[in-house]
Design a protein around this ligand. Structure first.
Ligand code: CA
Length: 231
């Protein structure tokens, strides 16, 4: 499908990955710029600001987190991180430093494209927030604070509702434990990860067909949660 010719900057030192990304994304109608190192990436971004940046964290010249921080000093469009497996701390740091999302190597191009679509959609959303959010069988009316599942009303406690509404407003995007705790409980409780586990478990019991194999509230191991947006 044509993606409106969005301009994507890929900052990645590994040539096979760069080549694979360029081929896959060009095929989807994206325009591609490439950089093999951090400084070069920053220069290209400044010269011709892209609609989205794909940034590898392991670069030869600069630490990827450093590139991310320097980009975020002025660049507001989405940044998606490429990270190695088992780098939960790095992923969380990248999200805290302003990345919109990440994919873990080795990744499938379908997964990356879904992340890119979500990030671009969120970035381009303007005007007032939608008053209802629908994902799969679930519908949340944000004005009336009502939740329906398969057209039946679901009764949630105020905190369960707040957590669900926060996740659904960001459907498709990874949300860190810290972000969710801050949004739902406020800054004082931001270390209390077990609150989240308890409330997520109870939401899954009320919303999922099989709470042990959730299709709405997905766990991002070691990082946080992601509310599904694609079916
Ligand atoms: Ca690398």
């Amino acid at each position: 499908m044509e993606q409106g010719g969005h301009h994507i900057l890929i900052i990645e030192d590994e040539q096979p990955i760069r080549r694979f990304l360029k081929a896959s994304l060009s095929n989807e109608g994206y325009r591609i710029s490439e950089a093999v190192a951090g400084e070069e990436g920053l220069r290209i971004a400044a010269r011709q600001p892209p609609d989205l940046v794909i940034l590898d964290l392991g670069l030869p010249d600069l630490d990827g987190q450093n590139v991310l921080k320097r980009l975020r000093e002025w660049y507001t469009a989405p940044i998606i991180i490429l990270s190695a497996r088992d780098q939960e701390t790095q992923k969380i740091a990248a999200l805290d430093n302003g990345a919109d999302d990440y994919v873990t190597k080795p990744f499938g191009v379908g997964e990356l494209l879904a992340r890119m679509r979500t990030a671009i959609r969120h970035a381009h959303r303007s005007g007032p927030e939608a008053m209802t959010v629908t994902v799969g069988d679930l519908q949340v009316d944000l004005a009336a604070r009502l939740v329906h599942r398969k057209d039946e009303e679901v009764h949630l406690t105020p905190l369960e509702y707040k957590l669900l509404a926060t996740m659904m407003k960001h459907a498709g995007k990874v949300l860190t434990h810290r972000f969710l705790l801050r949004e739902v409980w406020g800054p004082l409780d931001s270390q209390e990860n077990h609150y989240l586990r308890v409330f997520v478990a109870s939401l899954r019991r009320k919303l999922e067909d099989d709470p042990a194999r959730p299709k709405y509230i997905l766990t991002e191991q070691g990082v946080g949660y992601r509310f599904a947006s694609d079916y």
